[in-house]
Design a protein around this ligand. Structure first.
Ligand code: ADP
Ligand code: ADP
Length: 240
């Protein structure tokens, strides 16, 4: 099948420092790829490039066959304007280490915001879907709670529901459990396991080796801006 994400020779520098040194990565539809590696390896930067939160210096990334940040007209690539980039980005859901919820909106309000304002869905329809998504992440009874009334794990589950409300074909997770108290990690990972079983295509930056072993179709190990090993979890994680 056609890969949902294909990255070839991705390079990115900040100032004079190259933090991505030619990264190749392929994700097939329905696959879960875990990006592992030490802090500073460039994992987060790579995810941000896939979602066009950073522009790349060299190489190319395609999502669903479309070159990220470009459109092809008459066989030539043209750089997208900002609003076109925003449209391209809509198909990608992203979950960050910090939950980034709107503090003055309820859980349900956070989830319906995108569908109503960006997708122009009728509010009633968005609310119905929003409630179903909150139920899916185990928060049916928290629809009217504000972020500060929720635990970190609950907030992160709202953030996942909010991303899903945009009907993404790809979900990017950037250390989604790293900011959580240890006892709250499991409830977020459970939601992610459920999503993976449901066939969602996901790239997950994580230090949760157990999750990678259990859920990943492929593990990509990055060090110092480069992929040093990739393959099935049993091969990459259990090598002596
Ligand atoms: P990881 O996610 O693997 O911990 P990051 O992608 O966050 O790694 O960071 C890789 C390197 O790039 C780090 O040295 C980091 O300080 C640097 N970096 C990331 N974003 C920026 C930025 N916006 N400006 C300058 N340096 C950055
Ligand atoms: P994390 O790596 O967990 O995302 P950071 O504090 O490293 O957390 O990065 C938070 C934000 O700051 C990101 O948007 C990243 O791109 C940016 N950033 C990271 N390192 C640098 C840096 N050295 N200079 C400027 N911005 C940076």
């Amino acid at each position: 099948s056609t890969p949902l994400v294909r990255a070839v020779g991705v390079r990115k520098s900040f100032g004079g420092t190259e933090v991505l040194k030619g990264v190749d990565l392929t994700v097939d539809p329905g696959q879960v790829v875990c990006l592992l590696g030490p802090s500073g390896a460039g994992k987060s930067t790579f995810l941000r490039c896939v979602n066009h939160l950073e522009t790349i210096d060299a190489g190319r990334i395609w999502v669903a066959g479309q070159p990220v940040g470009f459109t092809s007209r008459g066989g030539k690539l043209h750089e997208l304007r900002e609003r076109e980039v925003a449209r391209q980005r809509r198909g990608i859901g992203m979950v960050f280490q910090r939950f980034n919820l709107f503090p003055h909106r309820t859980a349900l309000g956070n989830v319906v915001e995108g569908p109503v304002r960006v997708l122009r869905k009728p509010r009633r329809e968005a609310v119905e879907e929003g409630r179903a998504l909150l139920a899916r992440v185990g928060l049916a009874d928290k629809a009217d709670a504000y972020p500060h009334q929720l635990s970190g794990g609950q907030q992160q589950r709202v953030a996942i529901a909010r991303a899903l409300a945009m009907r993404p074909r790809l979900m990017l997770f950037d250390e989604p459990t790293s900011a959580l108290d240890p006892e709250l990690v499991g409830e977020v990972l459970d939601v992610m396991v459920d999503l993976a079983r449901d066939g969602m295509t996901m790239i997950v930056v994580t230090h949760e080796i157990g999750f990678a072993r259990q859920v990943a179709d492929s593990v990509v190990f990055m060090v110092d801006g480069a992929v040093v090993e990739s393959g099935p979890p049993a091969q990459v994680l259990d090598d002596p």
